[in-house]
Design a protein around this ligand. Structure first.
Ligand code: NAI
Ligand code: MG
Length: 353
């Protein structure tokens, strides 16, 4: 197939993990006979330096012409003056809004080789493989709010409409069909009206997916179940705020922030793919960055935007195999274990492919 991927390396370790990931993309292209074109543009701090704008129009235009966006990370101390009204992270929010990316997918898996990095008993985390589907453009983060001057009161509003919940639920149920056929819907239906609408809507959407089991959990109970029975979950769908909190809680199960990918999807096949981690200025330029989050983001891009499931799995399997062989970037090495560089890790992935 022919496909164009807009790449946004950004700042800090962003360009380092991007370069390595594009080597894997080109290996997949050769192996499976695909014609991938990549177009690089500016976002974040480097875009501010060069154009004064964290998301230049030129970047939006290049992304519009692509089939998907692959983003690394933005930000850093150079641009973090809180009094400045131009900040790298604005580029991220703007691009999500511009492309109507309402569903945020975050897989969290545990690797047997990294069990000692997870602060839970090894038997509890065995086989954990969760996909969070978080609503990204609605709910309390986007509802009406008011800080009333010097008053002692302020409010936020949690509003969800039936279509907003429906479209997210379809993403969750379809994803479950390609996995282990279970959706856990998280809400607070015992207290919040918006969450009663949420639950009612999810129940209705579930009727279209008879092969998928639906479980409801209240968000407070879910925080406990993530620690006591994490391997029982398949897809977890949640609103913007609950999904934010729960996916951060669950990220601990993976052993390092550097391991985690994400996808932000809209109505069609177009999507934006990025690792969960930031620009890690503390390790930038030292060859220490863990490339796995970025590589797995590429795998998600192949799976969801290009529908290349076999190619996506090839990358995931290669990473599993390299970890099983004992290669470790510093963030996932145990005391006394030998470490490898970002490039050495990706060399090993390429050898597996
Ligand atoms: P961070 O995710 O950049 O780093 C947190 C810690 O994890 C650091 O010790 C870092 O070295 C480590 N780490 C992160 N990714 C790693 C990787 N791939 N391999 C090995 N170690 C890794 O978060 P932090 O330090 O809070 O933020 C740094 C900058 O990144 C800030 O400017 C922040 O605004 C920005 N940021 C950007 C995000 C994005 O582009 N989506 C997300 C989060 C933060
Ligand atoms: Mg968060």
């Amino acid at each position: 197939m022919k496909a164009t991927i807009a790449t946004l390396p950004g700042d800090g370790i962003g360009p380092e993990v991007m370069v390595e990931t594009l080597r894997v993309l080109s290996a997949i292209g050769s192996k499976y006979g695909h014609d991938f074109t990549t177009t690089e543009s500016l976002i974040g701090g480097i875009a501010i330096d060069e154009t004064g704008n964290p998301l230049p129009d030129e970047t939006i235009k290049t992304c519009e012409e692509a089939d998907a966006i692959l983003l690394a990370a933005v930000g850093g101390p150079k641009w973090s003056d809180p009094t400045s009204d131009v900040r790298p992270e604005q580029g991220l929010l703007k691009i999500r809004q511009h492309f109507g990316l309402f569903a945020n997918l975050r897989p969290v898996k545990t690797y047997p080789a990294l069990a000692s990095h997870v602060p839970l008993r090894a038997d509890l985390i065995e086989g954990v493989d969760i996909l969070f589907v978080r609503e990204l453009t609605g709910g309390i983060y986007f509802g009406q709010r008011k800080e009333m001057g010097d008053s002692d009161e302020a409010y936020d509003t949690m509003l969800y409409s039936r279509p907003e919940v429906e479209r997210l639920a379809h993403v969750a149920f379809r994803a479950a069909q390609g996995r282990r056929n279970k959706v856990t819907s998280v809400d607070k239906a015992n207290v919040l009206a918006s969450m009663r609408l949420w639950r009612k809507t999810v129940v209705q959407v579930a009727e279209d997916y008879e092969d998928v089991e639906l479980e409801h959990l209240l968000v407070d109970a879910c925080t406990m179940h993530l620690l006591t029975r994490p391997s029982s979950f398949d897809v977890i769908m949640a609103g913007n705020m609950f999904g934010d909190i729960l996916s951060d809680e669950a990220s601990v199960l993976a052993g390092s922030l550097g391991m985690l990918p994400s996808a932000s999807l809209g109505a069609g096949r177009f999507g934006m793919y990025e690792p969960v981690h930031g620009s890690a200025p503390d390790i930038a330029g030292q060859g220490k960055a863990n490339p796995i989050g970025m590589l797995l983001s590429l795998a998600m891009l192949l799976r969801y935007s290009l529908e290349l499931e076999e190619e996506a799995r090839a990358i995931e399997t290669a990473i599993d195999d390299v970890l099983a062989d004992g290669l470790r970037t510093p963030d996932i090495a145990s005391k006394g274990e030998a470490v490898c560089s970002t490039t050495e890790f990706v060399d090993a992935v390429l050898a597996k492919l």
